[in-house]
Design a protein. Structure first.
Length: 300
């Protein structure tokens, strides 16, 4: 199966304290540098699951861009739809976690993503629509998201990315969402940002009524609440020792895409997604190579 992913690829700087996290202070700890980005993480996980993956992103012209590109190609991602902008700097994501591996603060520098505008995307539209599915993240400009949603003809999956960037999806509400097969993944805060409703179940219902085919609301340690036209369900999270929460949502969505394209029912797909998220939580970096073991796995 072939999946096109349109979104961010960046350098991750992930910091975790050795003891209790103390705000507004210098915390002795461990800093690790890796390659991530919501789009790239989803693409990497899909590649580990055996999918043919085409990543459309923007690379800068600085010293880290070559290493970032090589990290994508090493795991089998095709980059023919990506662009290289020699005068721009690469994406960076800086994350500080607490002693439990939960994000306490983060800064994302994604200015280069503004270059993925409708003109650039239009020239690649036929390639996207030749895939079995397309995944986009909300690091894209808002109007690019609107452009893609109404021109992608294959199943489309959207990751809201963050509460601030989730607000870009407001351009899809109020009857603007014409594509009939769009799955949305949001966390609790992103759902509330979009709907102004605190209850995840009611948020999911509201998003369904605005044209989404499936909605997945992640609830951290409380699991997920999911809704479609045919079913509504809540599933608990897998209990694991959390090392780092960065990348768990990306692993979940990648597994859901893989499972749905493999013909599994929605609930089984989300169950696989929770298994993928649990593996990601146990990794110091955003990707856990062990996710490849979920390929062809049976439901639990």
């Amino acid at each position: 199966m072939k999946v096109s992913v349109i979104g961010a690829a960046n350098v991750d700087v992930l910091a975790t304290p050795l003891g209790k996290y103390v705000p507004r202070d210098s915390n002795p700890g461990k800093v690790e540098i890796g390659f991530g980005g919501v789009g790239r993480n989803i693409a990497h996980n899909l590649a580990l699951l055996g999918c043919e993956v085409d990543l459309c992103t923007a690379f800068g012209g600085d010293s880290v861009a070559k290493a970032l590109m090589e990290s994508c190609e090493k795991v089998g991602m095709e980059l023919r739809n990506s662009v290289i902008l020699p005068e721009s700097r690469s994406n960076f994501f800086l994350c500080i976690s607490d002693e439990y591996g939960e994000m306490r603060s983060a800064v994302s520098d994604m200015e280069i993503m503004e270059n993925l505008d409708s003109r650039m995307l239009h020239s690649r539209l036929d390639s996207f629509n030749s895939s079995d599915a397309v995944v986009i993240d909300c690091n894209l400009p808002g109007w690019s998201i609107l452009y893609l949603v109404n021109r992608i003809t294959v199943p489309l999956f959207i990751d809201a990315t963050s509460s601030i960037k989730a607000s870009l999806l407001s351009v899809l509400l109020g009857g603007m969402l014409k594509q009939p097969n769009v799955t949305l993944k949001v966390n609790r805060l992103e759902a509330q940002t979009l709907t102004h409703i605190q209850d995840p179940a009611r948020s999911a219902e509201w998003l369904l009524s605005n044209g989404f085919k499936r909605v997945i609301v992640t609830l951290g340690k409380d699991g997920v609440y999911c809704a479609s036209e045919d079913e509504h369900f809540k599933l608990g999270a897998k209990r694991v020792d959390v090392v780092n929460s960065t990348g768990a949502g990306d692993a979940l969505l990648a597994c859901v895409v893989y499972a749905l394209l493999s013909g599994r029912p929605f609930k089984e797909a989300v169950e696989l997604g929770l298994r993928g998220a649990a593996l990601a939580l146990q990794s110091p970096l955003a990707i856990n190579e062990e996710i490849s073991k979920l390929k062809y796995s049976t439901p639990q």
